[in-house]
Design a protein around this ligand. Structure first.
Ligand SMILES: Nc1nc2c(ncn2[C@@H]2O[C@H](COP(=O)(O)OP(=O)(O)OP(=O)(O)O)[C@@H](O)[C@H]2O)c(=O)[nH]1
Ligand SMILES: [Mg+2]
Length: 281
């Protein structure tokens, strides 16, 4: 963190880290440069931002060219989050995808069996999560066929699972991610318990699942996925479009309240596994 960085600078930096696409990151970097402190002590910072802007410019133009060639591959985000399985060839990516989801990718001891991304849906306690298998990472991945497109899928993921045959494989993978300026949370996986992995995925997503219920009835299924730190009013869009207008009060059960079933307002912060009973006008 630079000395005397302004709120605007920190905000732009936050945008950069949260950005999912190359163009969003590029824009955030430009904003960072505009808001960076002008004094001499911040010279190094400005220089490093400029270098990154240059790098992103290159990535942008490369992406433009190759996106045309790969656009037929583009896929929609589905579910509450996207998780990508990445790893070297034969590291068990397809095997893992088929254990986590309904997808049936071809599994074989032949190298580079998976040539295009495979898509599956994991149902975690009623919350749908999109899981992708990304074709094997190789050296200079951004020059591989559709490499930039696969990198954009990785970049647009909320979490990565790295499958490893050998620990030393991690170096190449990390280098490729770094070279393409991808800094993402990841879980390492090697032949472990699948249910433990599912729990681990959920814990790393920074989401909570909240159940709604009608007065006098059991809680509804499935639950709703919300970002950690969400408030009662954030369920609004999931439940009712006139929710805020019609809201009278809610009762909440779970770890976010001391007294179970207590009345709570729109600004009440919810926890994972909470149940909310809505009373509308
Ligand atoms: N012993 C062992 N073998 C595994 C495991 N996972 C996968 N395999 C085997 O390793 C080989 C490759 O598995 P895949 O799941 O196809 O690997 P992949 O990473 O998808 O490989 P590509 O798509 O070809 O890059 C297959 O013969 C699998 O049966 C594992 O956990 N343990
Ligand atoms: Mg595969």
């Amino acid at each position: 963190m630079p000395i005397n960085a302004t709120y605007e600078y920190e905000n732009a930096e936050k945008k950069f880290h949260e950005a999912h696409t190359i163009s969003e990151k590029f824009k955030a970097l430009q904003e960072m440069l505009a808001k960076a402190p002008g004094h001499k002590g911040a010279e190094k910072l400005r220089k490093s931002i400029k270098e990154r802007i240059k790098k992103y410019k290159e990535l942008l133009s490369k992406e433009k060219k190759t996106k045309k060639g790969s656009s037929f591959l583009s896929i929609k985000k589905e579910g509450a989050a996207r998780i990508s399985i990445i790893g070297l060839t034969n590291s068990g990516k397809s095997t893992l995808l088929s254990k986590l989801t309904n997808a049936k990718p071809v599994i074989s001891e032949i190298e580079f069996t998976t040539k295009l991304h495979e898509i599956g849906i994991l149902d975690y306690m009623g919350i749908k999560l999109q899981i992708l298998e990304i074709p094997a990472i190789t050296k200079n991945y951004n020059e591989a066929k559709h490499g930039l497109f696969f990198l954009s899928l990785i970049r647009e993921s909320d979490l990565l699972i790295i499958t490893l045959k050998e620990k030393s494989d991690l170096t190449l993978i990390k280098n490729e991610l770094r070279d393409n300026d991808i800094d993402k949370k990841f879980i390492l996986y090697h032949d472990g318990d699948i249910n433990e992995l599912k729990d681990d995925i959920w814990k790393n997503l920074d989401l909570i699942k909240v159940y709604t219920k009608q007065p006098g009835k059991k809680r509804d299924y499935p639950p709703v996925a919300l970002k950690k730190g969400s408030k009662l009013k954030d369920i609004a869009s999931e439940v009712h479009k006139d929710f805020i207008k019609k809201f009278k009060f809610a009762r909440v059960w779970g770890s976010s309240v001391k007294h179970q079933g207590v009345r709570a307002g729109l600004d009440h912060v919810l926890n994972d596994e909470d149940t909310v009973e809505l009373h509308l006008k």
